[in-house]
Design a protein around this ligand. Structure first.
Ligand code: SF4
Ligand code: FES
Length: 310
């Protein structure tokens, strides 16, 4: 099995593992951010460039460094490879550039955005963003669109990561939306503003790294950091029924999939669990969810305590 060193930490990974996944195996701060890669979605990655790293030694056989920074979600590890992420000023500079680029058209409307507090772009801007913009041109804007009864598309916030497209393609029997247009004209669309309507369509909300796709049953109800995320399950005929219910007192405000430390859903849930089961009697509450992110959500999170909601 190839060995790789990332920022001085060594690990051994199976053949074909990407640098990003090797870094995730090591864990901690050295893991590059990823806005478009999603481990359970085939074909994801390679779009946003936030995961750029520097390969300072190609492999044991060919130790030459790679001439350019590479996308860690797309580059596989070679035996003896050495990679610099946080330890490279060049990488940090490039990441600052990528964040600036992602923010060219993205509005800074975090105070009214439902994704605030769990938005990967917000975290990334906080860590690598500039205080000012150098962009002088008119930003592209779009009308908000309801795509069906449950999902709101706010295209102005989209960073074109394609995750929602892969989710619809791989999780649902019929994909009715995609990216139309290219370059500055590219946008997520259902072509004829058709509803995205099938049992698992709500998962596009969970995979969206920004607030471009939001839950219409939860929009503007509460800031996420005021809610207590609780692991809960129910006997569901359609999905595994394992979810997180976001509670305020004894009330469930929203239901989402359970996400891991990198914000990726562990079990995709069906629309019935997500949008229709908001009563505490619908769920068996297991206890507080451990939110392992630096997000503000975890700041308001009580750990270790258990709570039984009848
Ligand atoms: S709507 Fe969200 S998930 Fe879909 S491409 Fe845009 S940012 Fe990505
Ligand atoms: S996460 Fe690697 S390019 Fe987006």
């Amino acid at each position: 099995m190839p060995k790789v060193k990332i920022d001085g930490f060594e690990t051994e990974v199976p053949d074909g593992t990407t640098i990003l996944n090797a870094a995730r195996q090591i864990g901690g701060d050295i893991v590059p951010p990823a806005m478009c890669y999603y481990s359970t979605l085939k074909g994801s990655g390679g779009k946003c460039r936030t995961c750029l790293v520097k390969v300072t030694k190609g492999s044991e056989k060919d130790p030459r460094p790679m001439p350019k920074l590479v996308a860690s979600c797309q580059t596989t590890v070679m035996d003896g490879m050495e990679v610099a992420n946080l330890s490279s000023e060049e990488v940090l500079n490039a990441r600052r550039g990528v964040v600036e680029f992602l923010l060219l058209n993205h509005p800074l409307d975090c105070p009214i955005c439902d994704q605030a507090g769990e938005c990967h772009l917000q975290d990334l801007s906080f860590e690598h963003g500039l205080a000012n913009t150098r962009y002088e041109f008119e930003r592209r804007t779009f009308e908000k669109i309801d795509i069906g009864p449950y999902i709101k598309l706010h295209m102005t916030r989209c960073i074109l990561c394609y995750r929602c497209v892969y989710t619809a393609q791989q999780l649902t029997p019929e994909r009715v939306h995609g990216v139309i247009g290219r370059g500055d004209h590219a946008e997520i669309s259902t072509f004829i503003e058709k509803a995205i309507d099938n049992d698992f369509s709500g998962n596009v909300i969970d995979v969206c790294p920004v607030g471009a796709l939001t839950d219409r049953t939860f929009r503007f109800k509460s800031r996420v950091w005021f809610l207590n995320p609780m692991d809960a399950h129910r006997d569901c005929p359609t999905c595994a029924g394992k979810a997180v219910v976001w509670m305020y007192g004894g009330e469930i405000f929203r239901v989402t999939g359970r996400k891991d430390r990198y914000g990726e859903v562990q079990d995709f849930i069906c629309n019935s669990c997500r949008f229709e089961k908001k009563g505490t009697s619908d769920w068996t509450i297991e206890g507080p969810r451990d939110i392992d992110r630096h997000s503000v959500v975890s700041q308001n999170h009580y750990e270790g305590a258990t709570l039984t909601v009848k």
